[in-house]
Design a binder for this molecule. Sequence first.
Ligand SMILES: C[S@@+](CC[C@H](N)C(=O)[O-])C[C@H]1O[C@@H](n2cnc3c(N)ncnc32)[C@H](O)[C@@H]1O
Length: 408
Amino acid sequence: MVAILGYSREQIFTAVRDMYGAVARAPDDHFHFPVGRAAAEAIGYPAEQLDQLPATSLEAFAGVGHPFSAEAMQAGDTVLDIGAGAGNDALIAAGLVGDTGHVIALDLTRAMTRRIRQAVEEGGHHNVSVIEASAERLPLADGSVDCITSNGALNLVPDKRRAVAEMFRVLRPGGRLQIADVVIRRPVTVDCSEDPRLWVECVVGATVDEDLLAMFRDAGFEDIRIIRSVDYFAHSPSAQTREIAASFGAHSMELAMARGEHAPGLVRHWARRLNPVRGVRSLWRRGIIGAASLGLALLTCYGTMAALGLLAAMGAGVGLHEGAWAAAIALFAVLSVVAIAPGMRYHRNPGPVAVGAAGALVVCYALFVDYSLIVELTGFVILAVGVTWDIHHRRRTQARILGVQGAT
Ligand SMILES: C[S@@+](CC[C@H](N)C(=O)[O-])C[C@H]1O[C@@H](n2cnc3c(N)ncnc32)[C@H](O)[C@@H]1O
């Protein structure tokens, strides 16, 4: 999950309602994201599909992809559109499921649900109903839906795991999910709490792509397919948004999947979530694997020393291969330098890696050339300065790009 520090759920809901209320009321105003027919065309909606939509809905389109490329709907389906906005996808779905099917268009923002109701009335759609509710608490019975569609909403939801669990609950076993949403490649790790607006600008609330896929798998979804990645932010009229998006690797993804028979059991669920490979990847993306490696070097060095001392005091002497011990400590020290090196790509400062390398060299000198506790400790302190400096610079660079200077 993205580490957004300091936002309260209410702040997020208010910011979402303000932003998308404004889109619903005045879609021609200036927004940092593309809105309307041109936006839909740019992300791949075929003109014939858009020609069927009423202006009431189309002028306030704010989706981030074309979830229908998943072809998940069938005639007669009951479909739920989560974060339906002005109702474009709900109306397309209404045509696909036909008179024997039914579409429920759900959105958090009242001004959006008003727009959908108006479009539904104008078009005389008898198979569409509209609900104002949150994706985190769907007011629908278990297994009551055949297909869920969602476009650009999940990144705006504070508790995404809960929203995904709700999708699983209301879908019938074997039911299908088609979704387009914004994902990022590098998580936001700075405190943006002063400015909830950043959340609704679609990048700060987004999840790392791999984590989003894992979240669906953890909830019990199967056959997860990435249909397409879309360079959605390339179409943003705001240069700052384009810079933020590029810096975090933000783009949108169209996914298709099916609901499994059962949610994974507790043991399987936690075994997946606590998978060490997942943990290491997450530390790497957050730019703190250098600190973790340094921690392991210190633990291997002084933790082993303390454990040996304790065992000796208890009369249980244990032999240790000193060469292997020293090699393990050196390996973790060197790894922490290797891990901070990519930080230069963000902050363009070679200082942290130079200091870190000097620290690792001093540690290795103490370990392999001439041991002295003071020299060894000095090496670790210098290495820690390099690691901390790198983290500080990475965060400062993120804060500058997001325009939240001083938030680190
Ligand atoms: C980016 S817009 C996309 C709207 C629509 N899907 C479209 O393609 O035009 C996201 C929509 O999700 C809604 N939304 C945000 N958070 C939500 C939540 N927690 N529950 C339900 N809807 C939410 C917003 O009100 C907004 O209408």
